[in-house]
Design a protein around this ligand. Sequence first.
Ligand SMILES: NC(=O)c1ccc[n+]([C@@H]2O[C@H](COP(=O)([O-])OP(=O)(O)OC[C@H]3O[C@@H](n4cnc5c(N)ncnc54)[C@H](OP(=O)(O)O)[C@@H]3O)[C@@H](O)[C@H]2O)c1
Length: 188
Amino acid sequence: MLSIIAAMAKNNVIGKNGRIPWHISEDYINFSKKTKGHPVIMGRKTHESISGFQNLKGWDKNSEEKTLIPKTLHKLLPGRTNIIVTRQLDYKVPGGIVVNSIEKAVEKAKRHAGSEEVFIIGGAELYKLTIDMVDKVYITLIDEEVEGDVFFPEFVDKFDLKEENKRVVSVNNKEIRYNFKIYGKSKE
Ligand SMILES: NC(=O)c1ccc[n+]([C@@H]2O[C@H](COP(=O)([O-])OP(=O)(O)OC[C@H]3O[C@@H](n4cnc5c(N)ncnc54)[C@H](OP(=O)(O)O)[C@@H]3O)[C@@H](O)[C@H]2O)c1
């Protein structure tokens, strides 16, 4: 089974300047619980975001000079086969699997541990590319409009809501409401 997992704001924002523009620990724990032991497929920019490349001096997210980044700085999500999708033919991630198409990513994922459920973990380009391919969508919906530059695609008309779990957390005396939602593909 192929699934998407994402966290998005009410206005579909999922990221800003190469980062996720909120920090909700419970959502991170939920993401880890759901994806641990399964192959995860991500776009090159999400991999670099996980690696913290935005914090590197002189790093330009639009530069093609990715090979200048020291190999030791690439970070992988532990306990999961990390598959990175890029069009760059010379892109290397030590310990990870680099492929040049989403089809190859899914094919590789099927051969690894936990492949009964394979997760697309972002970002916006990868979600858009796979939303019509997946059976299940795990969305953490943050009940706020958030400023950002990348968005989750519209999808609810093709999926049915199967489960939800409304949560509220207080961060710096401000309440953040969010909802763990699980959608399954509608039967046509
Ligand atoms: N809220 C969430 O749940 C969540 C989850 C993940 C990420 N994010 C956020 O999303 C943002 C990153 O998303 P993004 O859309 O900018 O980038 P992305 O989807 O992570 O990666 C885009 C890259 O993937 C590669 N790619 C895309 N389509 C391809 C194809 N058909 N064949 C081969 N390679 C392909 C290209 O790499 P090359 O340019 O190297 O060719 C492209 O630049 C960040 O802000 C991140 O924090 C949010």
